[in-house]
Design a protein around this ligand. Sequence first.
Ligand code: NDP
Length: 330
Amino acid sequence: MRWGLIGASTIAAEHMIGAIRASGGHIASVMSSSSNRAASYAAKHGIDNGVTDLAAVLDGVDAVYISTTNEKHLPQAMAAIEAGKHVLCEKPLAMNVADAVSMVKAAEAAGVTFGTNHHLRNAGSHLAVRELIETGRIGEVLSVRVFHAVHLPPHLQGWRIDNPDAGGGVIPDITVHDADTVRFHLGEDPLDVVAMKTSRGMGQGVEDSAMSVWTMPSGVMVQSHESFTHPHAGSGIEVHGTKGSIFARNVMTQQPTGSVTLRFDGGEQEVEYSDHNLYERAVGLFAKACVGEGRPAADGVDGVKSLAVAAAVAEAAETGRRTAVDYGGI
Ligand code: NDP
């Protein structure tokens, strides 16, 4: 499969170029807004062409991976879909739910595959957690607690901490991942949320921490904490049920690391899981979906729904009101 990269980004450099190549894909071109950067990025990563316009990156490829800043995803995805290309797009899909819905509907109408790059649901640890839930090992699920307060590394402290117009802020950045992960584990969509946010030291004009509580149709309660400012908090997810509890520590990460512990009446068990690369699994499933085999790990609807939850958290934190999640009719 021939790929074009839209965006000369850090995530592509650190994870996705390798993952695309591991899936057998060939990266034909990378697009940047700067010709110098396009050329230097292409040279550094062994990509055939560095280009600055969309028509050039779309030329002769089967699929694109979009990892520009968030406000650019909509027009770039629409152009790729119009040109008949499969699209793997970074989260959040867009700046608002309506735009994300229009992207996903356009892809459906054009008959191209659309994926959202939610990496966590590809992790062996999370696949193990979901299996424990699905096979009834903790009984009926009562509550979920998500711990995703990290310290944003200095090289990522750009638009994320000071540019709301590019989609900065911890809610668009991390709450979307947590929403996707909880939906993945529970197989249901949050109904409404309450939330608070703050900015204490890193965010300039955007929030750098958020806490929220979500209700689920089944009655499960979810508590979620995201931050850019916590160097030593560690990450994790706990799922508590009537017969047991799952403690997955340090698993809200890009690496196949962390531990999964199952606690039940009379004991505790360390759960084994696969340590495959998260991004390679995501790209592999997306590439197969492009040739009609299966579906992406997270598709466009998943991307819309994670954004919808994050948008509700943002609104609830802004207004102080309990806010229904609006999935934009999808
Ligand atoms: P970056 O800031 O690295 O890249 C975004 C854009 O910034 C690039 O497209 C590029 O513009 C420009 N840029 C990047 N580095 C430089 C530089 N050194 N000098 C000048 N311009 C630069 O963002 P990320 O890679 O962190 O994030 C990109 C997208 O991916 C976002 O939507 C984000 O939410 C998502 N993301 C997803 C992750 C996941 O695990 N799913 C993890 C991290 C990010 P141009 O292309 O015009 O050169």
